[in-house]
Design a protein. Structure first.
Length: 678
């Protein structure tokens, strides 16, 4: 067993009738880092599970006419099925109804009581049942729960209290001396300034108004409340306070607790204080990530804004969903989920960039060399720069993943993907193939492409568990284990000469955005129970609360308005959908020359991401060719190609003019070519 240990947890999920994409967010992130650490040789313990006690569960079970255990059993089964579909590699799954957990919770409660850290008193406060949180009047928003917006109840009952205030100064000291303990830093500042420094009050840790919970062993009128019950799972799962505590000794303290930002307070104040009281080490880090938002609101089971991950996986494949969750939003920040953003990301990054790269490379090796990689190679221009970019990527990815910066790590990998695509345009294998004398140079180009793809495929393993295997099968190396280890990504030249490629299916087929959104809307309407005679506006409103992010989101966030509906003009005005028909991109001018016999025309070669476009533009009287090279211009990228003076023009660059002057529309800061203008 490895000497390098890594213990990661997600919050244990509260059973809900509906599973949404937000459930997957934290767990996919935890799974990704777990896969990465295993690839690096770590002995990993990855824990997830379900928090199944409480008044809300009891009430819902009563409404359905079943016992609380029957109610949660069915839902937990659904959660486990989702984790299976998401290929989550958790090592343990804990339920707070597990007997071993309940027994240890009782021991923890009794120990804290015996040593004077828990005492009996009476509690009166405002309680939100859906969120299971107590609030003061000043914390309410318009008299309602600040988290979910629901009504709160005035609750008064006898309760046992934990001396949270006793540990206030120790907590502040620990946080100040361990700056990585709470991440991101914004969460740390929030905990210090909003809760700890103003002063902590003791915490009610038992309830008498319901029975669905762990009974207090020495006072059966009380059940242990969520704080001691649910939070203790991180150590009860490891055998804490049992004869079989080897896992606790091996893995605790946890390397990181991944939690949503709404429960950071519980994990960075209540949980560490409990551990201090028990005399146990504190976790090394609590990372509070942001929310996935839908139509401007938190995607939560309490509000009903849910997106069914099973539907999305079935339609687009697991890796597309995992990639989107981890790439779209910097981990720690809030982000907006929409089907449109998902499809655009699939088309751009996965279909155009990665999928097309693999398909082109395999097809060229098959066409030029009968599918077998030659051994005699001739190095040439562009090779050194390609290798430099690709070989710098593994260390960058490691550094970023060690900081849980998933999105930025994927950005670095896709920079390598972009560089490899550009290498094809630079070396022009189709030109080399026309002359037998270039055979060894062509072979080197093919090798460099295959080797770059091999390294990229290794690096995406933690994020996308299925795609690497598809790539390896097409590259003919799926059984060559030495070429597929994490460490192999740091060595150039592992791709074996003589390997035989296998042309396969397109890994990520391109999706018709308009048709797909229409289909998703129909699914959403069906799932929401909308009647067929409902008006179109009603259907869209229903759909926006489930899967699709339609008209309201377009109005609120015009930046999402790319690649949508057909143009329709009414009285000279256009809608946001009309404007969205235009695909505007940032392009870098690589070359410029005058068109012979035409005073006004320049022929431009433009870099558009991984693509090179030729555009003829009537700007020669205002811009000299040498003045254009290096400029970043705005290109209408989806115009049908036309011929001007016999030269094909693949788009149009934008400019403003009056009677005397013409000025190009340019970008005021350096941004990568191919970026969308919104």
């Amino acid at each position: 067993m490895s000497n390098k240990k890594f213990y990661i947890t997600t919050p244990i999920y509260y059973p809900s009738d509906k599973l949404h994409i937000g459930h997957s967010y934290t767990t996919v992130a935890a799974d990704t880092i777990s896969r990465y650490k295993r690839l690096r040789g770590y002995d990993v313990m990855f824990l997830t599970g379900t928090d199944e006690h409480g008044q809300k569960i009891q009430r819902k079970a009563e409404e359905k006419g079943v016992t609380p255990k029957q109610y949660v059993d069915e839902i937990v089964s659904g959660i486990k099925e989702l984790w299976k579909a998401m290929k989550i590699t958790n090592d343990k799954f804990i339920r707070t109804t597990d007997k071993y957990h309940e027994e240890v919770v009782q021991k923890i409660f009794k120990k804290l009581y015996d040593q004077g850290d828990i005492y009996k008193s009476e509690y009166e406060g405002l309680y939100c049942t859906p969120c299971e949180s107590f609030w003061t009047k000043t914390q309410l928003v318009d008299g309602k729960c600040p988290d979910c917006g629901r009504e709160v109840e005035l609750t008064k009952e006898e309760s046992y209290f934990f001396k949270l205030s006793k540990y206030q100064d120790r907590l502040i000291k620990h946080i100040e001396e361990n700056p990585d303990f709470i991440q991101p830093v914004s969460r740390q500042n929030e905990m210090l300034n909003n809760f700890l420094r103003p002063g902590l009050e003791d915490l009610a840790v038992s309830r008498t108004t319901f029975k669905w919970g762990v009974p207090v062993s020495f006072d059966d009128k009380h059940v242990v409340y969520v704080w001691i019950d649910a939070l203790s799972n991180y150590i009860t799962a490891l055998g804490y306070m049992t004869e079989n505590d080897a896992d606790y000794k091996n893995y605790w303290p946890a390397d990181v607790h991944l939690v949503g930002k709404e429960i950071v307070r519980f994990h960075t104040i209540i949980w560490p204080a409990m551990l201090m009281a028990l005399g146990e080490p504190l976790p090394k880090q609590i990372f509070g990530h942001g929310w996935l938002l839908l139509e401007g609101g938190k995607m939560s089971k309490s509000k009903g804004n849910v997106v069914d991950p099973m539907v999305l996986i079935e339609k687009y494949g697991l890796d597309a969903i995992r990639y989107f969750l981890l790439r779209e939003v910097p981990f720690g920040s809030d982000g907006v989920f929409s089907n449109e953003a998902l499809i655009n990301r699939i088309n751009s990054d996965l279909a155009n960039d990665l999928g097309n790269l693999v398909s082109r490379t395999v097809a060229m090796i098959d066409k030029y060399f009968g599918g077998v990689m030659p051994s005699e190679l001739k190095e040439g221009d562009f090779d050194a720069d390609l290798k430099s970019v690709v070989m710098d990527t593994p260390q960058k990815v490691e550094d970023l993943l060690d900081k849980l910066q998933y999105s930025t790590a994927l950005t670095e990998i896709w920079k390598a993907v972009s560089r490899v695509n550009k290498y094809i345009d630079e070396t022009m294998p189709w030109v080399l193939a026309k002359d037998e004398a270039n055979s060894q140079r062509l072979a080197a180009v093919m090798y460099n492409l295959a080797e770059s793809i091999r390294i990229i495929s290794v690096l995406i393993q933690p994020f996308m568990p299925e795609t690497p295997h598809k790539i390896w099968a097409q590259l003919g190396i799926i059984d060559n284990k030495d070429t597929l280890t994490w460490d192999s990504s740091k060595s150039w030249g592992k791709y074996p000469s003589g390997a035989k490629v296998n042309k396969g299916d397109v890994i990520f087929p391109r999706i018709d955005l308009k048709k797909e959104l229409e289909e998703l809307e129909q699914i959403a309407v069906a799932k929401s129970g909308a009647k067929s005679e409902s008006s179109e506006a009603e259907n869209k409103a229903n759909a926006s609360n489930t899967i699709t992010n339609t008209k309201n989101a377009e109005t609120k966030k015009s930046s999402s308005a790319q690649n949508k509906a057909d143009v329709a003009v009414d009285d000279g005005l256009i809608t946001i959908d009309d404007f969205a028909k235009i695909d505007l991109r940032v392009a870098k001018v690589l070359q410029a020359e005058k068109v012979e016999g035409a005073d006004k025309l320049l022929k431009l070669k433009l870099e558009l991401g991984d693509e090179v476009r030729q555009v003829v533009s009537g700007i020669a009287k205002h811009y000299a060719p040498e003045e254009m090279v290096g400029k970043y211009v705005v290109l209408v990228a989806n115009l049908k190609p036309v011929k001007l003076r016999g030269i094909e023009s693949q788009g149009m660059i934008l400019a403003a003019s009056d009677d005397k002057e013409l000025v190009l529309a340019t970008i005021d800061k350096n941004i990568g070519s191919g970026a969308r203008v919104r």
